[in-house]
Design a protein around this ligand. Structure first.
Ligand code: FES
Length: 302
């Protein structure tokens, strides 16, 4: 973890504040566009936020948080109680949504989904790679960083308040793209579903706020063998692997507990995981908050 101090709190749109977190000592860990950090809040909650500042700035991180009326305590704490000068611990940046090399980019942001895409667009612009951003939100008042985007990226940015203008024709947006262009999208589920209908999976990179609704076979009990201690932990059908390990005394970091943030990644040495996450677990890894086992035992590097 890294120690930071809340340097600035700015209202950047209706119900959205940005935080600038300044390093308490020494430079902060480097990051690239698409990365996020876990924020350890003083109310004992941990929440994940995309970094939306300048990757070259090693003295501070910037994040933005929309107030969620159904908040489980994270955005509510930040909006109502967090004050300038407060010390906060943040994790090292993690990136499950990296900017991959491409001859052209189309970025599609919905609301607070602008946060990971903002540094992506700036990076592409600074690298002279053709790139454009379509930023959708209900109204201008709800859309953060519009002035900043327009001043730094000019006519590469198209701002669409959908209550007035409706959603643009996504197919038309993609029709003039280079055949090797990548499309990056972050926003609400309805936008992601529409984008997935239009763009083929090999050209599309997405990041979700919430998991996709899916159904799985009923949970079954399995065993988790923890190689470092040699202990075996029983994971009953009504408990997650994350909770079973935590209750057995193995501290596994966790954030969303919904399979979207990647905080709870574990290395699988043997056995067959049943992946239920929306991060996209690489080979040999699994996310303990939602994923389970297809085999009777999983051997974990823990
Ligand atoms: S805690 Fe977020 S993916 Fe598991």
């Amino acid at each position: 973890m890294q120690q930071t101090t809340v340097d600035r709190i700015d209202q950047v749109a209706e119900d959205v504040v940005s935080l600038v977190l300044r390093a308490a000592a020494g430079p902060l860990a480097p990051w690239g566009p698409g990365a996020h950090i876990d924020l350890a809040l003083p109310n004992w909650l941990t929440r994940q936020y995309s970094l939306c500042g300048d990757p070259a700035d090693r003295q501070s991180y910037r994040i933005a948080i929309r107030y969620d009326p159904l908040s489980r305590g994270g955005s509510e704490y930040i909006h109502r109680f967090l004050r300038q000068g407060r010390t906060l611990e943040v994790s090292l940046p993690r990136n499950h949504f990296p900017l991959e090399p491409a001859p052209e980019y189309l970025f599609l942001a919905g609301g607070i989904g602008i946060t990971p895409l903002l540094p992506m667009l700036r990076t592409a612009v600074e690298s002279d790679i053709p790139a454009s951003l379509v930023f959708l939100g209900q109204s201008l008042a709800t859309m953060p960083f519009v002035d900043e985007l327009r001043s730094t990226c000019g006519d590469r940015v198209r701002v669409v308040p959908t209550k007035q203008q409706g959603r643009p024709d996504l197919g038309a947006l993609g029709s003039a793209l280079d055949p090797g262009a990548l499309v990056y999208c972050c926003g609400p589920a309805s936008l992601l579903a529409a984008v997935e209908d239009v763009f083929p999976a090999e050209r599309l990179r997405t990041e979700r706020f919430h998991p996709v609704a899916r159904s799985f076979a009923p949970n079954t009990e399995f065993e988790a063998v923890c190689t470092r201690s040699g202990r075996t932990v029983r994971v009953p059908s009504d408990e997650s692997l994350l909770d079973a390990l935590t209750h057995a005394g193995y501290p596994v970091s966790a954030g969303c507990r919904e399979g979207v943030c990647g905080s709870c990644a574990l290395t699988v040495v043997d056995g067959e995981p049943e992946h239920r996450d929306d991060v996209g677990a690489p080979a040999g890894r699994m996310y303990a908050c939602v994923s389970r086992a297809l085999s009777a035992r999983l051997v974990l590097d823990i």
